[in-house]
Write a protein that binds this ligand. Sequence first.
Ligand SMILES: Cc1ncc(C[n+]2csc(CCOP(=O)(O)OP(=O)(O)O)c2C)c(N)n1
Ligand SMILES: [Mg+2]
Length: 618
Amino acid sequence: MAQALVTFLKNQYVERDGERHPFFAGCFGIFGHGNVAGIGQALAQMPDFRYYQARNEQAMVHTATAYAKTKNRLQAFACTSSIGPGATNMITGAATATINRLPVLLLPGDIFARRNVAPVLQQVEWEHSQDFSANDCFKPVSRYWDRIYRPEQLLTALPEAMRVLTNSADTGAVTLALPQDVQAEAYDYPLAFLQERTWHVVRNRPDVRSLVEAAQLISASKRPMIVAGGGTIYSGATDALKRFVEATGIPVGETMAGKGSLIYSHPLNMGAVGATGTLAANRIARDADLVIGIGTRYSDFTTASRTAFTNPTVRFVNINVADFDAYKLHALPLVGDARAILEDLADKVADYRVDAAYRDYAEALHKEWESEVDRIYTIRNTPLPSQGELIGAVNETSSPDAIMVCAAGSLPGDLHKLWRARHPKNYHMEYGNSCMGYEIAGGLGAKMAAPDRDVYVMVGDGSYLMMNSEIVTSIQEGRKLIIVLLDNSGFKSIGSLSRSLGTQGFGTRYVFPKNGVLPDDRAGSHVETLPVDLASNARSLGAHVITCATYDDFVAALKSAKETDRTTVIYIRNDRYVSVPGYESWWDVPVAEVSDMQPVNEARKEWEEMRAKERSFL
Ligand SMILES: Cc1ncc(C[n+]2csc(CCOP(=O)(O)OP(=O)(O)O)c2C)c(N)n1
Ligand SMILES: [Mg+2]
C-alpha cells in the first residue's frame, strides 16, 4: 500500500496557464515504528521521489508550507511521521498550513487496523470506542481527513486529497492517517490509478451580473481603496493589479500575506493596512466609501478589529476564489480568480478615474510614509540598537530579489510597516497562525523553492529557542539561510502588549525569579539575566555565526554573510523598549472587567471605548 501511495504521488502533475510540472517536490519525514517499515520502505525503494530528513515533525510541516507559499501553491510536499507524538507534533504545522490556505499532505502513521495487539506503543486508548486514535486531532485543522483501514481505500482517498490540495479555494493541510499494518499490506491496484494525472488550476470567473454591479459600485465611488491580500500574489495577479491601479488611481493597502502585491515605491502603494498599518493606509481606510478586497480573509489585523473602516456608507466588493471569504463584511462577492477578475473589471471601468484631488492626497500620504520609514531606518539607538534600524539594515543590504521570512513576535508588526517589498515574494510572512518556530523551518522551505535567491530569516530569541532545529537540516541539505537573530531577552511583543493592558510585562522576560516570582518590567534593569548563549547554540548546530555589538557591526555582518558558504546566523541584542509606534489603529485584546490591579482597570476603560467603535457591516 505504501509503495502504491508513493507511486501515485510521483505521478501527480499540476498545470496552470499552460505550465505543467510535478505537484509533489518530495517527502519530508521522521521515521518511527509507525512508518519506517511502510512509507519508509517505499521511499527507500523509490529514491527518485526524494526523501528529506527533518529534526522535528512540526518543523517539517512548516518547511513544506513555506515551500508551497513560495511556489504560489502550485507545488507541495508530503510529510510522513510515526504514530503518537510524531503525528501530534504535526498538528501545529497542519493548523498553520490550513489557516494560511497552503497545501501540504500529511501522512501520520496510525494504530493497527487489525487491533489484535492493541494497545500498541504510543496508542491513546479510549474505553468507549476502538475507532479512535491521536490522529483524530487532525480533523479540525485539516481540509480533508481520512483514515486508510484497507489498502483499496487509497483508490477513493487519494483523488479527494489531490482535489483539495490543488483547489485554491479549498486547500490547506490534507491528512491521510495510515495504520501501520495497512501500510505494509499488498493489493492489486489497477495500473490506471498509478499513471500520470494532471490537475488543472483554473481561473474561474464570477457571474456577469455581479461583475456589472461591481463596476457600477466602483464607478460611483469617490474614495475607493484596494485591500490586497495573499490571494493577489498566489493568483499571479500583481501585474494586473498594477495596471488596474494605474488606470483608475485607486490606492492600495496591503495585508500581511498581501505585502509585495505592489512594489513599495509605487506612488499609490499606501503600505500595510490595519492594526499594524501605516498612517497612509489607515487614513485612506478610515474614509473609504468602497473597499475592494482582493484575496483577503479580513483577519482582525487587517480590519483593526473592525475599526479600520469608519465611513458610515462604506461598501465592500470582495474578489476571492473562496466564496467563504468573498461574502465577508456583507460584500458584493466576486467569486473567482483574482487575475481574471481584475482584468475583466478593468475593462468594465475603463472610463473611471478617481478625482485628481483624491489621487494627490493618496500620493502625498505615500510620500509622507516613505519619510517616516527613512526616519525609523536612521534612528541610531544606544547602547542597544532599535529593531526598526536593524530592519532597515537588512532591507538595504539585501539584494532586491531576496526573500525575507518571518512569523511571530514584535518583528511582524514592525516589518509589515517598515519592510520595503521590492517584488511579490520579497516579504514572506506567516501571519495566519503567527506560529513561533515557523521562521527557520519556513526559511528552509523558501530556500528550497527558490534556491537562486538569498533567504533572510528574521527571528526573535523566543522563536529561536522554540525551534532552531532546522538549522541542522539546512546544513545537511546545503541550503544556505541568512538568519538574523534579534535577542531582546524575552518577548518584546507580548511584553509591550502586556504593559499596554496593565499587566506590566508579567511573564515575558527571560530572567531569574526573585523570591519565587518572575520580575516584570517594573523591575527595570534590576534583574538577574539568564546565562544563555544563543550564538554558541547556533554554532553548535553547524552554522557560521557572526556576533554583533553595534549597528555598524550588524551592517558589516550582513555584507559578509552574503559571501559565506553555509547557513549563517547574525546575532545581535536589541532594545526591548524602543518600539515602532502604531498609526491610528487598534487590536482587540480583551482586558479583565474586574481586577485588583489599577493599571488594568485603566486599560479596561480604554478598551471599552475602542470596543464600542467596532463595526459589524450588516
Ligand atoms: C507557538 C506560539 N506560542 C506562543 C505565541 C504567542 N507569542 C506571540 S509573540 C511571542 C513572543 C515572541 O518572542 P520573540 O521571538 O523573542 O520575539 P519578540 O517578541 O521579542 O520580538 C509569543 C509568546 C505564538 N505566536 N506562537
Ligand atoms: Mg525576544
